[in-house]
Every structure is written in structure tokens, then in C-alpha cells.
Design a protein around this ligand. Structure first.
Ligand code: BGC
Length: 361
């Protein structure tokens, strides 16, 4: 009898050992930790590297196990990375979508596994599997850009007319329309009154949109706009750019044309993200402003969301109306974007420890 009991104990011990060893890399029982999958769109833009790095650091500091992936701006790659995160039994997913419309099926799988999904920075569309959204106030980003142009040209008082060209972000990114609309709502009265003239006539979102926010595409569109509308010395006062990667394309085209010189006839150019090359351009007088979206703030807020989800507590949100993804209005936490230019960048970016002075040299 004793021998049988011993054999039984050994068999049970062996079986439990095997089951522990065969668990996926991220199974909770494996490490005793809750696992969070973080899916970022690309490493080719500075901001997403920072977002990924801060999220990983802060989640790990809060005691989570983290699987971080970048999708090379490829929809299929992001889908298969998320599939792996589901197979690997992640408990929560944080996703900044490459294409907001393309995650419907994979997130249906996540929902079946009762995995909570946080849309990070970009809203995920047409899916009921998105639990929360953490982002910056995207409309306010556009408002700040529009108000900067209004103030710098003194549109309320100056006679004008001023010549402008308009760029918009990627059409597959829900944020892009918010940026565009925020700026356009400030500027459109001046366009309507003729004080601001879009010389090319290209001003609707679709015509001005730059797919995937690509610098090269922005550069070639700006090349075309310059050749068609400004080759005979027509003054260009302002280019509305929704973000920094597009601003770099615009700046390159202006430089290559040989017709524009900073400090003399260089146009006002807006931006967003405070990327390092753009801050250098701001210092050199080739870009007028950017928007600081401190990735540390967004990462902190997202980690707070994860904590509340995991503990089953109420998740802190401050917008339950704006972000309708076509299926549901996603409860959102909006962080505040901050204006940055040559006058405040030191305080904003260097004193806050975001960059070192050397990085901007
Ligand atoms: C982000 C911007 C960024 C852009 C391009 C948007 O979704 O909100 O900060 O510049 O994507 O990556």
C-alpha cells in the first residue's frame, strides 16, 4: 500500500512539473506575474521607440512581465505579433495600431480569451474588443497648431493675404482627422474671408493626407506644390504640417528648391512630437513649433489603466463621448499636449530630463 502511495505522489509531482514547464513564455503561472503585451507600430519614428521603451520600463517596475513588439509599419506583422501575444497568454494588450481598421479579427480572438485591450495613442476602429483608449487630446493638438499660425501672422489684425499650403496625416490613423479638424476650425474663417489663401487650392483632408506619415511622400508632394505654384517667386507664408515626420519632408523640399532661406523668406512650419531632428530644425530656424507629447505621461497613464484593470478597480477616464470607433464609444483618458518652440524648448525638454542638451546639438 505504502509503495503504491509513493508511486502516486511521484506521478503527481512529475505531472505538475511537466505542466509548469510546458506553459507558454508569458503564462501567469510561469512567473507568477501578470503578462502585458505591448504592440507598437514601428521603430522608424523616434516617438514609438520612446513609447515602447517607457511602457516596458514602467510596466516592469510595476511588477508585470512584458512582451514588447514593433511591427515595422506592416499590418500583417502587427496582426501576427498580436496573435502570438494571445497564444502566449498575455492578460492585457496595449496596442498602437499600424492601421486602425485592420485589427478586428485578431481582437475578436483576444476577446474570446478575455484579454483586455487598451488602444494606445491611436484608436482601434470597428472592434468591440477595445476596453479603453489612452491618448493625447488630438483635437487640441490641431487647435494649438492653428492658433500658433493665427497668432504668428496676426490674422485677426493684419491685412494679408497670406499664402498657405496644407498637409494632413495618414488616412488610416483616426488621429489624423482630429489634428486636421482642430487646426482647420481655427483657420477656416480666414480661408473663407480670403485672408489666408491656399494657392494650390488643395485643402481637403483626403487631398492633403500623407499615407503612413512618410517623410519621403511629404517631400515629393511639397516638391510638386512648389514647382506648380511657387516657382515664379510667389511668396509662401505658412505650411500647416500635422507632425514632425511630415515637417521634415516639407523642410527638405524647401531646402532642395534653393528658393527659401531661413530668417528671410522661410515659411512658418508647424509640427508635432518634438522629435530630435525637428528640435534641431527649430533651433536652426527651419521649423517654427512642435507639440510636446511627453511619452512618459502617456505611459504612466496607461500603466495606471493596467493596474486598475488587473485589480478589477474602476479605470480612470476623462472622456466618454468623443472616441466612437464605429461600434462603441471607447472610454478614454486624454493627456494634455504642450506647445513647444525655440523659446521654451530648454525648459520643456532639457530641464525635464526628456533630452540632454547634447542630443539637440
Ligand atoms: C501620433 C503622432 C505621430 C503620428 C506618426 C500619430 O498617431 O499621434 O504623434 O506623429 O502618429 O507616427
Amino acid at each position: 500500500m505504502k509503495t503504491i502511495r509513493k508511486i502516486l505522489v511521484l506521478v503527481i509531482a512529475f505531472a505538475s512539473l511537466m505542466s509548469i514547464l510546458s506553459l507558454g513564455a508569458c503564462a501567469k503561472k510561469d512567473s507568477g506575474k501578470t503578462k502585458v503585451g505591448v504592440s507598437m507600430p514601428t521603430q522608424s519614428l523616434q516617438r514609438w521607440n520612446q513609447d515602447g521603451a517607457y511602457l516596458k520600463e514602467k510596466l516592469e517596475a510595476a511588477g508585470y512581465e512584458v512582451e514588447l513588439q514593433f511591427a515595422n509599419n506592416e499590418i500583417n506583422q502587427q496582426v501576427s505579433q498580436i496573435e502570438n501575444m494571445i497564444t502566449n497568454k498575455c492578460d492585457v494588450l496595449i496596442i498602437a495600431a499600424v492601421d486602425g481598421d485592420s485589427l478586428v479579427n485578431v481582437l475578436a480572438d483576444a476577446k474570446k480569451e478575455e484579454i483586455e485591450v487598451i488602444a494606445y495613442d491611436r484608436l482601434i476602429m470597428k472592434s468591440d474588443a477595445v476596453s479603453y483608449y489612452a491618448t493625447f487630446d488630438n483635437y487640441m493638438v490641431g487647435t494649438i497648431q492653428g492658433e500658433f499660425i493665427e497668432k504668428t501672422l496676426d490674422l485677426e489684425n493684419a491685412a494679408g493675404p497670406f499664402n498657405m499650403e496644407v498637409f494632413a496625416g495618414s488616412p488610416d490613423d483616426n488621429n489624423a482627422r482630429f489634428f486636421y479638424q482642430g487646426a482647420y476650425d481655427v483657420l477656416s474663417p480666414y480661408i473663407d474671408s480670403g485672408k489666408l489663401v491656399v494657392v494650390s487650392g488643395q485643402k481637403d483632408f483626403e487631398t492633403c493626407a500623407i499615407t503612413s506619415w512618410k517623410t519621403e511622400t511629404a517631400q515629393s508632394r511639397m516638391d510638386d506644390l512648389l514647382t506648380a505654384n511657387y516657382a515664379t517667386g510667389t511668396k509662401l507664408d505658412v505650411v500647416l504640417s500635422p507632425n514632425d515626420s511630415i515637417a521634415i519632408g516639407i523642410t527638405n523640399a524647401l531646402e532642395n528648391s534653393g528658393d527659401f532661406t531661413p530668417g528671410t523668406n522661410w515659411p512658418i512650419i508647424t509640427g508635432q512630437d518634438c522629435d530630435i531632428p525637428n528640435m534641431k530644425n527649430i533651433i536652426a530656424g527651419k521649423q517654427s513649433m512642435s507639440i510636446f507629447k511627453d511619452t512618459r505621461t502617456l505611459a504612466d497613464q496607461t500603466v495606471k489603466m493596467v493596474n486598475s484593470i488587473v485589480k478589477g478597480e474602476k479605470v480612470d477616464v476623462n472622456d466618454t463621448e468623443t472616441y466612437d470607433n464605429g461600434i462603441t464609444v471607447v472610454p478614454t483618458y486624454l493627456c494634455t499636449p504642450v506647445f513647444g518652440d525655440i523659446n521654451n524648448y530648454k525648459e520643456l525638454l532639457i530641464d525635464s530630463g526628456y533630452y540632454t542638451e547634447d542630443q539637440l546639438k
